[in-house]
Design a protein around this ligand. Structure first.
Ligand code: NI
Length: 228
């Protein structure tokens, strides 16, 4: 499932976040790429342990915790601290077609995180740059994504994807991985669509024996499939 979640951050939050991160020290983006990614990745990132990245990442984590749509779609067990990247027109920065590594070390912990869901949160507007589309490939073809500042796109980490070369301006985003309580994208999608249908039925007709029964089925499926 590819899902656009609008307004994870407000305009004011994006502006404050850009002020903080733009002034920080950026390094070569290949620091977090695996052997495959390193060959096709050309961008800049904030180091994972940079105080600015950690502090701004916490603001994103709080915003995610307040989003019912993110919870319903990702069913997060745990999320890696958000990272920040930028692609500029100088050097036509880009990230060629790749797949994200399946397991990542949780910083300062002996734990590993399985990457089930990838998210990109846009911290710039589409007018700020040319190129830079996130292209996600699935069985239905290629999907190009370029969203307003503060909006998020969520997609299965199993997908091949790339970021097109930036030819004007600069593309600034945060990105992070989530281990889901439900590892299979098809099951997660089914649960998400069911949850959203129940919410919309309830909004339209109020609580009824039927919505109650459907909620029971939703939770029983989640109980059957969830692992934490
Ligand atoms: Ni990637």
């Amino acid at each position: 499932m590819l899902l656009h979640i609008p307004n994870i951050l407000t305009r004011e939050q994006v502006t404050a976040m850009r002020t903080a991160i733009d002034a920080a020290d950026w390094t070569d983006g290949r620091i977090t790429a695996g052997n495959l990614g390193r060959l096709v990745k050309r961008n800049r990132q904030l180091p994972e342990n940079s105080p600015v990245a950690l502090e701004q990442g916490r603001i994103i984590e709080q915003a995610l915790a307040a989003s019912g749509l993110f919870f319903s779609a990702a069913l997060p067990a745990r999320t890696m601290p958000p990272l920040f990247n930028r692609y500029g027109a100088a050097g036509n920065e880009t990230y060629g077609l790749h797949v994200d590594g399946s397991m990542r070390r949780v910083p300062d912990s002996p734990l590993w995180l399985r990457t089930d869901v990838s998210s990109t949160l846009f911290l710039c507007d589409p007018e700020d740059y040319e190129g830079g589309e996130l292209v996600v490939v699935d069985t239905y073809g290629e999907h190009e994504v370029k969203l307003p500042a503060g909006d998020l796109i969520l997609y299965p980490s199993t997908s091949l994807h790339r970021v097109e070369p930036v030819t004007r301006g600069e593309r600034v985003c945060s990105f992070f991985w989530t281990q889901s309580m439900v590892r299979d994208d098809a099951k997660r999608t089914l649960l998400f669509e069911m949850d959203q249908a129940i919410i919309s039925l309830r909004a339209q007709y109020g609580e009824s024996a039927q919505t109650l029964s459907l909620s029971g089925h939703y939770h029983n499926l989640l109980r059957m499939w969830a692992e934490t």
